[in-house]
Design a binder for this molecule. Sequence first.
Ligand SMILES: O=C[C@H](O)COP(=O)(O)O
Length: 272
Amino acid sequence: MTTQTNGVFDRTPLIAGNWKMNMDHSQGIALVQKLAWTLKDAKHDYSRAEVVVFPPFTDLRSVQSLVEGDGLQIKYGAQDLSDQDKGAYTGDVSGEFLAKLGCSYVLVGHSERRLIHHESDELCRDKVRAAVRHGLIPMLCVGEGLEERQAGNHVQYTLEQLRGSLADLGAGELEGLVVAYEPVWAIGTGEVAGPEDAQEMAAAIRAELEKLYGADFARATRILYGGSVKSSNVASIMAEPDVDGALVGGASLDAEEFAKIARFVQHLVTDK
Ligand SMILES: O=C[C@H](O)COP(=O)(O)O
């Protein structure tokens, strides 16, 4: 990644909106349209802060038509994918299909998949591999629960998830990988990890990536923070040198608020 920087490294900040199971396809179109207009009015420079949305599967074709038809610079991705490419896997969605819908990214191992659907590190690893196989950039989510945080094991726990979800994958296969650190106790709760907590974990993740894949890979990898991010707290989180963006849930459902978050980040980069 090039152009503007966060901290001391050359990485373009990324603001991602995970809609979760919200917004049907017509609501989704309206949200993307409003987001695009709001950012256009504000003269948002996408090369300084990339903007990505993760709608539900059923919205993707509509979002694709809108983005391609109107030549929007907003990117989009899916919230999950199968580790398999095709066959008797009822209800699953192949990375091949997502690539055909123009998805750039795919979330892997979001805490809601790990907790509600009991996805293991091994399955996440196979999903990362499936994403890469189809030219999708995996946005791998990791993060501890309240129990690990209170026991002081949060770094160890999160790095174990990271290693397990990337096991046997080589640096060459993972170009563009994005890691999202999401402390589960801060998701949708209004509790935000302090900027220093986000930095502590982002730095630990980067150091681990360096051990696994070397310094160049670690320097190029974007690490996002997720958990109750809003326009009122994004600036302090983004001021940390190892935090390269945000994975936003609830606040991404409001086009004006989400645009404001992206605008703040772009200004931080521009004003540096
Ligand atoms: O994917 C997004 C994260 O789970 C954060 O969600 P939230 O911003 O609603 O806390």
